[in-house]
Design a protein around this ligand. Structure first.
Ligand code: NAP
Length: 305
């Protein structure tokens, strides 16, 4: 019979958190609000000041974070960052004690999640992949959807942490299955974003009042998170991230690599990758994904905001 692990709690588990950017800062703050003490690290210390002022302790490296923690979360940018902060010489695994738990919440490669889980197991450490969906708003409001891969008992034991950060918490299977689910999520968003931008440009060319158009189409069958949350930002000419174009390109490229490996055609995602390359080439790599409308507007010689 499988033994149930006790729930983690602020009295039994010290939290480590690496990556205090747009998403990570809010997520770590929710864990601290739930009573966990946190040791944190970020490449740019300035982005951790708010959490430090709120009582978090600073550590100079991911290894030093792990040495002072029982449960270590990472929310960095790219797979190369995930590799460095977990498997590098100053990474978490170099500092973890036996029995520690690693949770990577970055959107990253499924194969890397499997590799980290394997390396972790060699050191009697458990590693989970737990990417999220819900955007900057979902992170701030603790309403994330969390897609988890890895040991089922450990996932169950971490319920207090998941609940502090999210609303939809689903275990999908072994290591890598959380990341694969996130790739399904990103494939959905890819074609949806193209549709949102094209349709708003159609309304613009037809001379409609786009505020009213948004009201009509946001409540019907054509609604989506992208339309409801990013449509208004497009109309306001607000292209601040949110979700960086560079990060979305990273995600669609992971989808295309994985689908190639599986012998699966994904023409919608391939088109979105081309269009987002165009957005990046036009200088919007560090803007939000809603900047796609600028690239599509340019194709039709529309002078968007
Ligand atoms: P972000 O603002 O760039 O945050 C990433 C943070 O990780 C940055 O503060 C960065 O440091 C830090 N970092 C990166 N590499 C590091 C390293 N080697 N050592 C220490 N710190 C490191 O990005 P984000 O928007 O929070 O996104 C984080 C991840 O979540 C990405 O994989 C993204 O695709 C995914 N995601 C984002 C959203 C969204 O809406 N934003 C939604 C779902 C998933 P610096 O401060 O020096 O840059």
């Amino acid at each position: 019979m499988t033994k149930t692990l006790p729930l983690v709690s602020p009295t039994t588990h010290r939290i480590g958190w690496i990556g205090t950017g747009v998403m990570g800062a809010s997520m770590c703050e929710h864990l601290m609000s739930a009573g966990f003490t946190a040791t944190i690290h970020n490449r740019t210390k300035g982005k951790a000041e708010h959490l430090l002022a709120g009582g978090a302790r600073w550590a100079d490296t991911p290894k030093a974070v792990a040495e002072q923690s029982d449960l270590i979360f990472t929310m960095v940018g790219y797979p190369s960052d995930v590799r460095q902060v977990n498997l590098g010489p100053e990474g978490t695994l170099a500092g973890c004690r036996e029995g520690a738990i690693l949770v990577d919440m970055t959107t990253s490669e499924p194969s890397l999640a499997v590799e980290i889980a394997h390396e972790a197991a060699n050191r009697k450490v458990t590693s989970l992949d737990a990417p999220v969906s819900g955007g900057d708003v979902g992170a701030r409001e603790a309403r994330l959807s969390i897609m988890i891969g890895g040991d089922e008992q450990t996932v169950a034991a971490l319920q207090p942490c998941w609940k502090a950060m999210g609303k939809t918490i689903i275990h999908h299977g072994g290591p890598g299955s959380g990341q694969h689910t996130k790739m399904v999520n990103q494939s959905l968003i890819a074609s949806c974003m193209v549709g949102v931008c094209e349709s708003l440009l159609y309304g613009y060319k037809a001379g409609l009042d786009l505020e009213k158009v948004l009201q009509s189409v946001s409540s019907g069958a054509a609604s989506s998170w992208s339309l409801v949350n990013l449509g208004p930002r497009m109309l306001q000419g607000n292209f601040a991230p949110g979700f960086f174009v560079e990060h979305f390109l990273k995600d669609v490229r992971i989808v295309l690599e994985e689908s190639k490996r599986m012998g699966l055609m994904m023409p919608g995602v391939a088109l979105a990758e081309q269009l987002y390359r165009c957005v990046q080439a036009q200088g919007h790599g560090r803007d939000g994904t809603q900047s796609l409308i600028l690239a599509l507007a340019r194709m039709s010689a529309i002078d968007w905001k």
